[in-house]
Design a protein around this ligand. Structure first.
Ligand code: SF4
Length: 144
């Protein structure tokens, strides 16, 4: 594989307790499977935190974007601690502040409103992927 910066690692929090944690995981899947399938890969946060050297090595080499459900920022803190500063961070509750009409409630069956929120978060992640890859591209060009 050429230099590793063609892909971005997306690390979602694994929150089950808050609906925002579920939204962060669904939004991450939308990016990985639909919006930026070619440009992204994921890292399993629990495995990463448990000490898998492969997962940690990945996050040291590739730029990462963390997606957290709430201000506790578990994915961001874990990534920073074990690997390095994420290239970008997203917090679902911050996005919610900009969309007060969207109000997640359930964790199991998503309502239309929750699906809309997951899509909004996914679009934000996709924008950050483009920014990160754009920055990486510029950095590579300026090095050559
Ligand atoms: S960031 Fe918030 S929602 Fe996600 S795992 Fe941590 S406490 Fe749960």
């Amino acid at each position: 594989m050429g230099m590793a910066t063609k892909k971005v690692g997306i690390i979602s929090c694994s929150g089950e307790e808050l609906p925002e944690g579920t939204i962060s995981r669904i939004a991450t899947r939308l990016v990985l499977e639909k919006l930026r399938a070619e440009e992204t890969v994921t890292i399993c946060l629990p495995l990463f935190l448990a000490g898998s050297e492969d997962e940690r090595a990945f996050a040291r080499v590739f730029p990462t974007i963390t997606v957290d459900g709430c201000e506790k920022r578990c994915a961001e803190i874990g990534t920073q601690k074990y690997s390095g500063k994420p290239a970008a961070t997203i917090v679902v509750t911050d996005i919610l502040k900009k969309h007060p009409n969207l109000n997640p409630k359930s964790r199991d069956e998503l309502s239309d409103e929750e699906i809309e929120l997951a899509e909004t978060v996914a679009e934000e992640i996709a924008r950050k992927v483009d920014e990160v890859l754009g920055q990486e591209g510029s950095a590579r060009r300026s090095e050559s």
